[in-house]
Write a protein that binds this ligand. Sequence first.
Ligand SMILES: [Zn+2]
Length: 424
Amino acid sequence: MRPTSVAAAAIAISFFISAEYPGSAQEKERAAPKRIAIRAGRLIDGKSEAPVVNALILIEGDQIVSVTTAATAPAGVQVIDLSKATVLPGFVDTHTHLLLNGDITSEDYDVQLLKQSIPYRAILSARNARIALEHGFTAMRDLETEGAMYADVDIKTAIANGEVPGPRMQVATRAMTPTGMYPLLGYSWELQVPKGVQYVDGVEGARKAVREQVMYGADWIKYYSDRRYHFESDGVLHSMVNFTDDEAKAIVDEAHRLGKKVAAHAIGSDGIAAALRAGVDTIEHGDGMTDALIDEISKKGVFWVPTITVGAYVAPGRGGNWTKMVDLKIALGTDAGGFDWKEVNQAKEFEYYVNYGMTPMQAIRSGTVVPAELLGWSGKMGTIEAGKWADLVAVSGDPLKDITELQRVKFVMKGGAVYKNDVH
Ligand SMILES: [Zn+2]
């Protein structure tokens, strides 16, 4: 600003202040949150057993204020016409890796850690977050950065500040294994290669690592309960357990003491059992689930995040017990990043759940209401009702008849802002 313009600016500011004192009409107009009415031809609200026909969703600012079957929207409110579409709560993926782009072979993985800088990977993660949002995912739990340190905290912050489009995020930062139990491995001992996790040893080391990750912004603590998965003569998928029970319990205890929850990667039955002994909050993958483990997970109220999409993509022919799953708290999780974000739509996971025996409504709940509870955000999302964030999506057809409709999301709103509208 040139010196001569300072006085003029001061006058302009004082005029601005006196003309718009608090409480004036202009002030009220500016302060009033934007009001939008969405006309939904069919509404799957996440709590009713059947869809509501011809619903009117009234939104103020970032929140839903009412859901009615009123014929007309209030005067002066912007109306979005989705009367030919099905409206649902925004989808939630509780197991993603925004900083990973395909992990079919160990070369795919190593190249990303060895040849891509963390800033480059962070830029790609912003692209991935936008893809996820446009596919209808308005919230995600990102379960470790695979060597990109704390860059997930940065992408979460950039989204929350409105700098880049993306889902609401909870992040786990670096994840943990004991020394030598996660790549990069197999390189000359003379080379200092990056690691996909933080190596953590001993009870004191476990507590310190939890404190460190929480200090840098971890919402969740993730650890790898097992590795080396193999079928044994009992027909069950077994595994080698990574941490001693004392170490795993120290991780969980310290995380809980600091008010954080714990996710355990556990594929084989031994890894699942060890994670349940340690007291984790969510079991990731869980392929080696047995009847006894299903009973235990159910009794303890632990969430199971099956991640079928990545399994189907990278390892066809997996086992598992799906008959009792309707009794369980199954939260949708895909392991996106384990497959390329540009190639596979995360909403494919809904289709797998239906193929494995869920009803379409159960599958929808596993990707909306149940994960909202997992994230501790039940009061704010997961259903379409008054008081919740205005996070919703729309598809043209009826997902209760064809679950693959969820892979063709036409409309996305997060926090009352429209990010996509291809409904015609
Ligand atoms: Zn994963």
